[in-house]
Design a protein around this ligand. Sequence first.
Ligand SMILES: Cc1cc2nc3c(=O)[nH]c(=O)nc-3n(C[C@H](O)[C@H](O)[C@H](O)COP(=O)(O)O)c2cc1C
Length: 191
Amino acid sequence: MNISNNRVIDIMHTRRSIAKLDLPMPTEEELNTALTAAMTAPDHKRLRPWRFIVLRDDALVDFGQVLLRAEQAATDGSLSDAACQKLLNMPLRAPMIITLIAQIKEHEKVPSFEQLLSMGAAAQNLLLSLESMGYRTVWRTGKLCNAPEVKAYFRTADQDIICGFVYVGSSNIQMPCRDVLDLSEFVEYRY
Ligand SMILES: Cc1cc2nc3c(=O)[nH]c(=O)nc-3n(C[C@H](O)[C@H](O)[C@H](O)COP(=O)(O)O)c2cc1C
């Protein structure tokens, strides 16, 4: 098997998160392709515990207001103007945000942690698919990720878990290569 010149592995190695992203963002067709690839994630009993909510344009502004309300509720409203502005600007760090929601279902053989992991696998598929199309991303959560105001905005059920927000766009920033890991720190072989 030829493992050099393997595009999938190259994309995994070279993908880096980028904090500030600009246009262009994926077209509808590209996004549908990436989301379809995301949903090839391993999925015990085919529960499909995934929900994706794509925000762009005015929805990014709305989401900033939701974050502000959530923070105000958590801090009894005692926020400086600068802190308010920072929250409002958070979703504007990219032209598109894909919200990742693990829609947890009751199943006798599939506990919630498996469904959560399936959403995580779908998220990584999504990052790699978008990267393969030339877009850049960053997966963020933040302390307000599952705040009641945020869950209400995305109309999630109580048991659902918002697994974060994939910020998507473009950037010419060249990030340094990853450190080379010593596999023996993380991997053990038994024969
Ligand atoms: C579930 C999850 C939540 C994350 N939340 C944040 C976050 O809120 N803010 C942040 O800067 N990075 C966050 N990260 C880390 C970045 O997505 C990214 O992986 C990290 O900055 C390392 O960069 P790299 O992807 O280029 O290796 C999160 C990662 C995961 C998996």
